[in-house]
Design a protein around this ligand. Structure first.
Ligand code: ADP
Length: 619
């Protein structure tokens, strides 16, 4: 057995690998960039090696730095996680050449599956059904157009080297083909350094169904059933589950057997995933499911398979990499219940899913996550107080629920997401909750276009309920008679508050509080908001008597109107902050000079961050 392992990755997957390695008594080595010096994976590993600046191409993607870190710490094996170098055959080979164990398939298997056209050709030869289409070497536009016509519109043009949903064009009719081809080739050349494309029949109402496979170095290959990852946003997975809704035993048998054939065709060793596309316009059937591609690594969504099979896939990876046979045969593997995973992201659905960067001042996962029966699971790479940095994928956690059946798993996942509270970073929690409640999703009728059609309502900014707001407001106002607050109309007993910077009117239903708080965090629907009494010139923060100009809420500085040392008069505009889709102007509290100017246009700022400081003239 290997005794020590370097994890060439970061975030939740590095933490996930460390957890199992530790249980197996394997010493773990983390690597980290500048931005990750305080990251969770660094804290959890036995040792950690700094490998360079924050941009991944100067750290996590530099093979030589990873190998040097392994040498320095005496690590015997390297686990690549997913993303970064995990599907880089040259790196896998370099690891082997350095005399280290590569926790992954042979480099030749990675290469064979690396390009979509070559992989499809290979699979067709191995008797695996592939999506009808053209995957030839001849790239003449006229010939490609002819092939597209033969396949029949609509067609999909795909960059053979594409990935992550990039380098694809849907073409509905022949007139649009040549332009779409040119644009796809341009994107492919600049993103992947390879402009070759293939043409595929566009499957109507497509469902994304994939099969987990596992091989060992003794020639055994098994499958661990399917996952359904059809709930996607712009070809990116949002919610994944296992098994697939509506999958009958015969179809499963045929699909999983095809996946095992695919893995065997490339002498596959380790954890891999065969992705298929299914025609979702009717019930699933084996003759309407086609091979799409193989991912030669552990997948983000591997936990749902673990939850229904009871197998620790990372443990299997480490056993197989150590030369051991697979711990279970196909007959020993069974499906127990249902599992569903949601990807919780630091992003703002109401603002076009823009990443929401910053410090996680509040990060709570709620009670369901600590379920004693193992029905709730959180895989995360951050902790309360950690930073979501702009350098990497802004995933906060994978939230995973298990249930006896699909509805139980789905409902539990919804509860877990609603119990999550994150602030001031925005998350997609309420978007995910609404997706789980969508009638088609609830009925198991999901195709990859569902969010594209109905996603707008899911993305709307959530607002806390009246009851929750009223209770919070009660703790902010003094015990009646509500002195000091401007009531809108005397008998209505309501007052103005600021909810993350937005002016809101809240009915005062309680008696107020003997010792009012200055601010309360209101949490609901997986979201958190800062509630403060409303003040006209800035809310929480704003300008205080010392002349410090603080950010009243998390947001982005969109304009700075003054320079350091400049004289300003009371009420003069200093800078503009954009937050919660609104622009907020911050002005000078009194006549003076700009003694300090910390705000930079374009920068994201946290609540109460010092933006500027005004000193009274002559001070
Ligand atoms: P990538 O490597 O970029 O992930 P894939 O080939 O795996 O690209 O396809 C990504 C997604 O695009 C699939 O999950 C599916 O939603 C959609 N897709 C791919 N091929 C087709 C097709 N022939 N017809 C319809 N949708 C497709």
């Amino acid at each position: 057995m290997i005794q020590s392992l370097l994890i060439a990755n970061r975030g939740e997957i590095a933490c996930r690998v460390i957890r199992t390695a530790r249980q197996m008594g394997i010493r773990t080595v983390a690597v980290y960039s500048d931005a990750d010096a305080d990251a969770l994976h660094v804290r959890e590993a036995d040792e950690a090696v700094h490998i360079g600046p924050s941009p991944a191409r100067e750290s996590y993607l530099v093979g030589e730095k990873i190998l040097a870190a392994a040498r320095e710490t005496g690590a015997e094996a390297i686990h690549p996680g997913y993303g970064f170098l995990s599907e880089n055959a040259a790196f896998a080979q370099a690891v082997k050449d350095a005399g280290l164990v590569w926790v992954g398939p042979n480099p030749s298997s990675i290469t064979a599956m690396g390009l979509k056209d070559a992989a499809k050709t290979l699979m067709a030869e191995a008797g695996v059904p592939v999506t009808p289409g053209y995957m030839g070497a001849n790239q003449e536009p006229a010939l490609l157009a002819e092939e597209a016509a033969k396949i029949g519109y609509p067609v999909l043009i795909k960059a053979v080297a594409g990935g992550g949903g990039k380098g694809m064009r849907l073409v509905e009719a022949p007139e649009a083909f040549i332009d779409a081809l040119a644009s796809c080739k341009r994107e492919a050349a600049s993103s992947f350094g390879n402009d070759h494309v293939l043409i595929e029949k566009y499957i109507a109402s497509p469902r994304h169904i994939e099969v987990q496979v596992f091989g060992d170095s003794h020639g055994n290959v098994v499958h661990l059933f399917e996952r359904d990852c059809s709930l996607q946003r712009r070809h990116q997975k949002v919610i994944e589950e296992a098994p697939a809704p509506g999958m009958d035993a015969a179809t499963r048998e045929a699909l999983c057997a095809a996946a095992v054939r695919a893995a065997k065709a490339v002498d596959y060793v380790g954890a891999g995933t065969i992705e298929f596309i299914a025609d979702g316009s009717g019930p699933l059937s084996a003759d309407r499911i086609w091979f799409m591609e193989m991912n030669t690594r552990l997948q983000v969504e591997h936990p749902v398979t673990e939850e229904i099979t009871g197998v620790d896939l990372v443990e299997w990876q480490l056993l197989v990499a150590s030369g051991k046979p697979l711990p279970k045969s196909q007959e020993d593997l069974t499906i127990d219940g249902w599992a569903m995973e949601a990807r919780l992201y630091a992003e703002d659905p109401a603002k076009g899913f823009l990443p929401s960067i910053g410090k996680l001042e509040l990060l709570e996962f709620g009670e369901a996550a600590e379920d004693d029966f193992g029905r709730g699971r959180i895989d995360t790479g951050v902790y309360e107080g950690a930073e979501v940095s702009p350098f990497y994928d802004p995933m906060i956690a994978k939230v995973i629920a298990w249930g006896e059946d699909r509805d139980e798993a789905r409902e539990r996942l919804g509860e877990m997401l609603e119990d999550t509270a994150v602030w001031p970073v925005r998350t997609n929690a309420s978007f995910l909750v609404k997706a789980l409640q969508h009638p088609d999703f609830a009925a198991g009728k999901v195709d990859t276009g569902l969010i594209g059609r109905d996603g707008e309502a899911m993305a709307e900014a959530p607002m806390p309920s009246d009851e929750v707001l009223e209770a919070a407001a009660n703790s902010l106002v003094p015990f009646s008679p509500l002195a000091g607050f401007r009531l809108n109309a005397a008998p209505a007993r309501a007052a103005w508050f600021s909810l993350d910077g937005e002016k809101v009117e809240i009915a005062l239903t309680g008696e107020g509080s003997e010792e009012p708080d200055e601010a309360v965090l209101v949490t609901e629907q997986g979201q958190a908001w800062l509630l403060t009494p409303w003040r006209r010139d800035g809310v929480h923060g704003g300008a205080d008597a010392s002349g410090a100009i603080l950010a009243p809420m998390p947001g982005k500085v969109i304009a700075v109107d003054v320079t350091q040392g400049q004289a300003v008069t009371k009420g003069q505009k200093l800078l503009t902050l954009e937050a919660m889709k609104m622009e907020h102007t911050l002005t000078a509290p009194f006549d003076g000079v700009v003694a300090e100017l910390a705000a930079v246009a374009g920068a994201q700022v946290q609540v109460e961050a010092l933006l500027a400081r005004i000193e009274e003239a002559g001070e």
